[in-house]
Design a protein. Structure first.
Length: 247
């Protein structure tokens, strides 16, 4: 309307000069009232746990890693002080392809990182746990009285998996549904994806290799801080009465 022509790069540069950044909106699960109440109840039960108690927990999860980061969904412009958004990882333009990785960590360090072959079902999940958890427990220096954390993914809580875990006799941390932002390993997944993206893998073989390299480089202090500050995330959930938080 003003009759001024400008390239996309010029427009972005000018907007940034005013203190704005192009960010990806944080995606949070939609919680109904019952889920919020269950999450709030769980948080109140755990709010008095000490750092020493949380340091005995092995946090685990799976995450998808993609070669093509060009299509990351909608972006928004926000002032630098607005923390409801996250910086996107560097763009990779070497084609498609993805892998699913399973990993775990505790306060001491990161545990084993393992690729999921195909679509994970209950049997493969049990095989990964059998192959990785006890080795990781030793590496994470959790000792005898350790706790195993998993979310409520169907393959994690299926009849066969529950029976398998009962035979193992592991102490399982009861976990509220629809609460991925409560799992501190999500922060490590984000760190890992940014580090891998910088290396620009050209195929899934490089993608997996780079992921293992960067996973091993995650600082011990990063793991320790995530666990030691975990109580703060629980307090934040209590403050918002079980709704989603910045974590």
């Amino acid at each position: 309307e003003a009759g001024v022509k400008a390239s996309r790069a010029t427009t972005h540069r000018r907007v940034k000069e005013f203190g704005y950044s192009c960010l990806i909106p944080l995606v949070k699960p939609i919680l109904n009232q019952r889920q919020c109440q269950r999450l709030l109840t769980w948080d109140k039960e755990k709010k008095n746990w000490t750092v020493a108690q949380w340091s005995k927990v092995s946090f685990l999860d799976e995450s998808k890693f993609c070669i093509l980061y060009g299509n990351q969904g909608p972006r928004v412009w926000r002032k630098g002080t607005e923390k409801s958004m996250i910086d996107p990882p560097p763009t990779m333009k070497h084609g498609g392809g993805s892998i699913m990785l399973w990993g775990c960590f505790a306060s001491a360090c990161t545990g084993k990182l393992q690729r999921v072959q195909g679509s994970m079902n209950s049997l493969q999940y049990q095989e990964i746990l059998d192959d990785s958890v006890m080795q990781s427990v030793t590496n994470l220096r959790l000792g005898r009285c350790w706790t195993f954390q998993q979310d409520n993914d169907p393959k994690h809580i299926s009849k066969s998996t529950r029976a398998w875990l009962q035979i193992k006799g592991w102490n399982i941390l009861k976990w509220p549904s629809q609460s991925p932002d409560l799992n501190p390993i999500e922060n490590l997944w984000w760190d890992l994806k940014k580090a891998v993206a910088v290396r620009k893998p050209k195929n899934v073989t490089e993608l997996e290799a780079f992921a293992h390299d960067e996973w091993a480089k995650i600082p011990v202090d990063r793991c320790k801080t995530l666990v030691s500050s975990y109580a703060s995330s629980l307090k934040a959930v209590i403050t918002v009465k079980g709704c989603c938080t910045k974590y």
